[in-house]
Design a protein around this ligand. Structure first.
Ligand SMILES: [Mn+2]
Length: 376
C-alpha cells in the first residue's frame, strides 16, 4: 500500500506582490498533483497550509477543486489537516477545505480526528494547535495513540513544529509525540526532513515552492515536491519526488567600490538561467554611498533579466566614538556624547545610577522633580 504525502502549498500567496509568484505556487501545486497521479497511489495526505490565507483568492480554490476532481475520478481519497495559515482564529470559522468534501477530501478536525482507510489502516491527526494550547495537543495525541492500538498500519498527520527540528519556535516536544505510529505525516516546517521515530518514520514533506528565501538552501540540497510512502512491508519506505517548476533565486552580494565589474558578472549569471527568470536578492555593501543612485544603477542594469530584484543596503559607518572602544565605559561621557542637552544628559546619568541599583522609587522621584521644574 502506497500513498503520497505533501504539505505547505500556500496557494494564493503573492510573494513580492508579483503576479508570476502567485502563479508559481499554482504551477508547483499542479505539477505535484500530476506527478502523484503517475504514481498510482492508494490515497493522498496533505499536512496543512494548503492555502496562504483562510480566505484564499478564487483562483486558489479553483486550482484545488480541479486537483480534487482528478483524484476523485481515479478513486483516490485525500486526507487533510488544516494548518495555521488555513485557519481563521474566529470562533466557529471553517477552513476552505470544507468546500471539497464532495470531491473526496476527508478533513481532520478535533471532533473528527480519524478515518479508517480500510480495516487495517488508521489515518488520525489534528489541526494546527498553537503553542499556548500544547497541553490540549498532548492530551489529544494520547487519545489518538490509544485508538491506534487496534490497527495494523497507523498514520498520524500533524501541522506542528517539533522542538527537535525547530528548537526556537516549536509547539510540541518530541516527548509528547506518541511512539506507536508507523508514519508521521508532518507539516509546518518547510524543509524536507525524514527521521526514524518510535516504531516508524517521521517526515516533513516541506513546502512546494520557496515561500521564504531562506528555504532556497534546503531546496538546493533536497529539492521540493512530495513523498511517496510505502507502508506495505515491516519497514516504512519514503521516496522523495522532486518537481521541476520551482523558480530559482539568486542570492548575491556586491560592494559599491568597483561595482560595474560586479554588475557585469551578475548580468552574465542571470542570463545563464534557462526557463523561469530568477528572483535576485542583492546585498549592497560599502562606505557612505548614495542609496538612490546605486538603486537606480542596479535596476537599470539587471531588472530586465530577473523576475524582480530585492535589494538590501548596508552602509559601514566609520566608528568615531572612542568611548565605545575602551574597556571601561564611562557612562557619563557616553550619555553626554549621545544626548546633546547637558541637562538631559545629567538626568539620564542620575536615572542610570538609581536604576542600576534597582531604586525605582528614587528614579520616579527624580523624574517627577525634573518635569515639575521643567513645567514651572
Ligand atoms: Mn506553512
Amino acid at each position: 500500500m502506497i500513498f503520497a504525502h505533501f504539505s505547505d502549498c500556500h496557494l494564493g500567496y503573492r510573494q513580492y506582490n508579483v503576479d508570476e509568484r502567485e502563479n508559481d505556487f499554482y504551477e508547483a501545486f499542479n505539477e505535484v498533483v500530476e506527478r502523484i497521479l503517475e504514481e498510482h497511489v492508494d490515497f493522498v495526505i496533505h499536512s496543512g497550509d494548503m492555502f496562504e490565507y483562510s480566505r484564499p483568492p478564487t483562483k486558489a480554490l479553483l486550482v484545488v477543486k480541479e486537483a480534487m476532481r482528478k483524484f476523485q475520478e481515479r478513486g483516490i481519497p485525500v486526507y487533510a489537516v488544516p494548518g495555521n495559515h488555513d485557519i481563521s482564529m474566529r470562533r466557529g470559522a471553517m477552513p476552505p477545505h470544507v468546500l471539497f468534501k464532495d470531491y473526496g477530501m476527508h478533513l481532520i478536525s478535533l471532533k473528527n480526528c480519524y478515518y479508517e482507510h480500510d480495516d487495517d489502516v488508521l489515518i488520525a491527526g489534528c489541526p494546527y494547535i498553537p503553542r499556548f494550547y500544547s497541553r490540549t495537543l498532548a492530551e489529544h495525541l494520547q487519545i489518538l495513540a490509544r485508538i491506534a492500538e487496534k490497527y495494523k498500519k497507523r498514520i498520524l498527520i500533524l501541522h506542528q513544529a517539533i522542538d527537535r527540528y525547530l528548537p526556537f519556535d516549536y509547539q510540541i516536544k518530541v516527548s509528547d509525540l506518541p511512539k506507536n505510529f508507523d508514519y508521521y505525516a508532518l507539516g509546518h516546517v518547510h524543509l524536507r526532513i525524514t527521521d526514524r521515530f518510535g516504531r516508524g518514520t517521521l517526515g516533513y514533506a516541506g513546502s512546494i515552492e520557496v515561500w521564504r528565501v531562506d528555504e532556497w538552501y534546503d531546496f538546493r540540497r533536497r529539492g521540493k515536491g512530495f513523498y511517496i510512502v510505502d507502508i506495505s512491508g515491516d519497514e516504512v519506505e519514503v521516496h522523495r519526488i522532486n518537481i521541476e517548476s520551482v523558480r530559482p533565486h539568486l542570492i548575491e552580494e556586491v560592494n559599491v567600490e568597483n561595482m560595474d565589474g560586479q554588475l557585469e558578472a551578475l548580468l552574465r549569471k542571470l542570463r545563464s538561467f534557462e526557463g523561469k527568470k530568477p528572483v535576485l536578492h542583492l546585498l549592497v555593501k560599502g562606505k557612505h554611498y548614495n542609496i538612490s543612485l546605486i538603486h537606480n544603477k542596479i535596476l537599470r542594469k539587471l531588472s530586465n533579466h530577473a523576475l524582480t530584484v530585492r535589494i538590501n543596503y548596508s552602509i559601514e559607518e566609520e566608528r568615531t566614538s572612542e568611548v565605545l572602544r575602551s574597556d571601561n565605559i564611562n557612562v557619563r561621557d557616553l550619555l553626554e556624547k549621545a544626548i546633546k542637552s547637558k541637562e538631559l544628559a545629567e538626568l539620564a546619568y542620575e536615572l542610570f545610577c538609581l536604576l542600576s541599583r534597582d531604586e525605582i522609587e528614587g528614579a520616579r522621584k527624580v523624574i517627577d522633580d525634573f518635569y515639575r521644574r521643567a513645567s514651572l
